[in-house]
Design a binder for this molecule. Structure first.
Ligand code: PMP
Length: 363
């Protein structure tokens, strides 16, 4: 069978999912386990989204609307973009895949920071692209100068997670303006804004991707998984010029976003109370965790998101295992090449306290 599989599929680094929380609980005989590993919203889903799902549950014998008709109208209005500049995905992960499938031929170059969100690399490998990695700077930020220098005649697309995962850092408006200056227009730039709302909340120099849409090759991706609390439903979206979107639409499966996800997302857009509650909670908890890290003498990256990477100065896999035994699931950064770092998602105050107590006990 191995001979029949495409070579680049054999090369793909498969995404390794964590175990279900209930399984961890059962295996380790723990009464309570808190999951601070996947940058989800710890306050739950948007209540308006939950109400919309309850109202629509009896309709799931029908296929979803293949064009996300009502969600598209609502979102276009709220973002002040035209309806044909939007595309919906089964999570924003799928937008990444569609962008690569639409624009990248096998052998084309794709520029990706190292480390960053792993899906860019996986999608590019599946397509058979040539990946050029550009290391983050010492302060764990995207190095846009080096990324632009890496451009060659074969470069098709550059990925920029802003803010970034796993570091939580962001590139400023000035840095992004300089990056775009003189960058050939044929180069596609994928601005992944999965954590947009968190950065836009309290960072004055955080750029709005929507202000760069006049460039022909810019694709933005955002999601309902994070601040809206709908990670389990899988819905995200891309914003680009109608021309770019029309090509990407050719690669989209017609019923890729499900009926409940569409109604939930539509309702969540209006849930300003929930969004504000999440933003203030995350900001408060970051202050709480930063102060705990300082007391433990640990360095962390100042985060513009709902998670923090922290240098434990010890083998991160060992820290991960020890935390797990105490009922706290975080993400160790080994797969990203940060051998002493863990990434912790902001939880409720009780969850964050449990994490801090456990970490203090270990180090
Ligand atoms: N981009 C980044 C930077 C992320 O961290 C994530 C989620 N971990 C995604 C995209 C994908 O999110 P989703 O598919 O849930 O929309």
């Amino acid at each position: 069978m191995k001979k029949t599989v495409r070579q680049n599929i054999l090369d793909v680094k498969q995404y390794i999912p964590g175990k279900p929380i209930e399984e961890v609980q059962r295996e380790l005989k723990l009464e309570k386990v808190v999951k601070l590993a996947s940058n989800e919203n710890c306050l739950g889903p948007s209540p308006k989204a939950v109400a919309a799902i309850k109202k629509s549950i009896g309709r799931i014998n029908r296929y979803p609307d293949a064009s996300s008709f009502y969600l598209r109208k609502k979102l276009a209005k709220s973002l002040n973009v035209s309806e044909d500049s939007l595309i919906f995905g089964n999570g924003s992960d799928e937008i990444i895949g569609m962008a690569i499938r639409t624009f990248v031929d096998p052998g084309d170059e794709v520029i990706i920071a190292k480390p960053t969100f792993l899906m860019y690399e996986i999608a590019a490998q599946i397509q058979g692209a040539k990946i050029k990695f550009v290391p983050l700077s010492k302060d764990l930020k995207y190095d846009l100068v080096k990324m632009k220098e890496a451009v060659t005649d074969s470069t098709k697309i550059i990925f920029i997670a802003n803010p970034d995962n796993p570091t939580g850092t962001y590139v400023t408006k000035r840095e992004l303006d300089i990056f775009f200056e003189g960058l050939p227009e044929r180069i596609m730039v994928f601005l992944d804004e999965a954590y947009f709302e968190f950065a836009a909340y309290d960072r004055k120099d955080y750029p709005r991707g929507t202000n760069y849409l006049n460039r022909p090759g810019v694709i933005l991706a955002r999601t309902f998984s994070k601040i809206y609390g709908l990670a389990g439903l899988r819905i995200g979206y891309g914003i680009a010029s109608p021309k770019v979107i029309s090509y990407m639409e050719r690669t989209r499966e017609p019923f890729n976003t499900n009926l409940l996800a569409q109604v939930a997302a539509e309702a969540a857009i209006d849930d300003k109370v929930f969004l504000n509650k999440t933003l203030t909670h995350v900001a408060r908890e970051k202050t709480f965790l930063y102060s705990a890290f300082k007391k433990m003498g640990l360095e962390y990256a100042d985060s513009a998101t709902n998670f923090i990477v922290v240098d434990t100065k010890r083998d991160c896999k060992a820290i991960f295992d020890a935390l797990l035994k105490k009922g706290v699931i975080v993400r160790d950064m080994k797969a990203w090449g940060f051998d002493t770092y863990i990434r912790v998602t902001i939880g409720t105050r009780a969850e964050d306290q449990k994490f801090v107590r456990a970490l203090k006990g270990i180090i």
